[in-house]
Design a protein around this ligand. Structure first.
Ligand code: ADP
Ligand code: ASP
Ligand code: MG
Length: 400
């Protein structure tokens, strides 16, 4: 008998028919003699709809109240799924995040799991119950509800799998695995048999939303092997693990991130310490910086530009203005850019990967404004309107 954690995303439980379908997947697993813990997200677009409702009333609502609201989405889906399983005649119980022992820090809206107290979960499993847990939520030290950030149910599932030392952690979604690019947007994508934690972490961080990046980080830390598979088509998915079969693949995939901004500071004094001042102030506010470019400006000045999440752009501009406005430098934010990236450990041992990517962009007539690389990634900044075209062109160059 194995202990299996199964996570179902919003589209997998979007309506009554899909809830019943998921209930059957779960009960089939249980029927085979396994213990099953299920993590579920809010149905369909529920979380987005709740955010819209809040915005109608107060677009500047506190993060605490937003979390109070958003946790409601998962409360609906866990109870409905439990009712579906009751209907099929199996023992089941639904639990909110706090009932399942999820404790987090106090960062409303992007809380981190601190511990999972597994007594209740264990208790219910000992009673032979199928346990349905609300993803994306926990409780902080003030006994307030918190959420883990968008897409956070993946992390809830991995955390439970790690805490209970589960034998398997399956992430069910609306595609049959991790593909070489978003299969809904790009032609001729291929499903990956497997991918390493490091590759998947980069892929997710650079925009492939099929897995939340924090969930991959946690899976790597606790060595939880993940399987990404479809709740609609029953076929083997993609395995995320420490070592993966390279299948002679130069890269694993192509992705894009359109939720970014380019911030530039033009005409700062060319003296030591300016970059330090800039980036330490931004770091202190928790603003993550990505692609950085420094160039020579006019009359002994220099320009620095970098990218960050679009949601941080206004705050970044405010911080930089407070530092550089005095010396006459101009700070600007540009949200018409996108980052297109390729990911794959294979590029470490093959030369010519970058030139192949840049060649594909050149042939598609797409201009690159910034470039950044790591051991297993190459990213370029381009015009946002050309992002889909760029992903397709680069994908075609590598995967035909
Ligand atoms: P869930 O609701 O199950 O959490 P998500 O919408 O968060 O599902 O993630 C699944 C979606 O991720 C797919 O529908 C697909 O469009 C998108 N996606 C983006 N990049 C990839 C990729 N490389 N491989 C598979 N799916 C991808
Ligand atoms: N319901 C949450 C969201 O839409 C969590 C999740 O889907 O993982 O972001
Ligand atoms: Mg998701």
């Amino acid at each position: 008998m194995a202990l299996i954690v199964q996570k179902f995303g919003g589209s997998s439980v979007a309506n009554a028919e899909r809830v019943m379908n998921v209930a059957r997947i779960i009960t089939d697993t249980y029927k085979d003699g396994n213990s099953v813990v299920v993590v579920v997200s809010a149905q369909g677009d529920t979380t987005d709809d709740l955010i819209d409702k809040a915005n109608e009333i107060n677009p500047k609502a506190s993060k605490r109240e937003m979390d109070m609201l958003l946790t409601a989405g998962e409360q609906i889906s866990i109870s409905l799924l439990a009712m579906a399983i009751e209907k099929l005649g199996y023992p089941v119980i639904s639990l909110l995040g706090w009932q399942a022992g999820f404790h987090t820090n106090s960062a409303y809206g992007s809380a981190r799991i601190s511990t999972i107290k597994t007594e209740r979960l264990q208790n219910e499993l000992d009673k032979k119950n199928i346990v349905i847990v609300a993803g994306f939520q926990g409780l902080n030290k003030y006994e307030d509800l918190t959420t883990l950030g968008r897409g956070g149910s993946d992390t809830s599932a991995v955390a439970i799998a790690a805490a209970l030392h589960a034998d398997r952690c399956q992430i069910y979604t609306d595609v049959t695995g991790v593909f070489t690019a978003d299969p809904r947007k790009v032609e001729n994508t291929q499903k990956l048999k497997d991918i390493t934690y490091d590759e998947m972490l980069e892929f997710a961080t650079l925009g492939a939303q099929v897995l939340n990046n924090r969930s991959v980080e946690m899976a790597k830390k606790y060595n939880v092997e993940l399987e990404v598979l479809s709740s609609m088509v029953r076929e083997p998915g993609t395995i995320v693990r420490e070592v993966a079969d390279m299948e002679k693949m130069l890269i694993r995939g192509v992705t894009k991130d359109t939720d970014i901004a380019r911030i530039s500071v033009v005409g700062m004094k060319d003296i030591p310490g300016n970059a330090f001042k800039m980036f330490s102030k931004l770091a202190a506010k928790g603003i993550n910086i990505d692609v950085i470019l420094q160039s020579v400006g006019r009359d002994g000045t220099k320009d620095i530009s970098f990218t960050c999440a679009k949601s941080h752009a206004d705050e970044a501009v405010e911080i930089l203005n407070s530092i550089f406005a005095m010396e006459g430098a101009a700070v600007a934010s540009d949200t018409t850019v996108a980052k297109v990236s390729i990911v794959g450990a294979g590029m470490q041992s093959h030369s010519g990967t970058a030139s192949k990517m840049f060649g594909a962009l050149y042939e598609a007539g797409i201009n690159i404004s910034m470039i950044s690389t790591s051991e297993i990634t190459i990213s370029v900044l381009i015009d946002k309107e050309l992002a889909d075209k760029a992903v397709s062109a680069v994908h075609k160059a590598f995967f035909g």
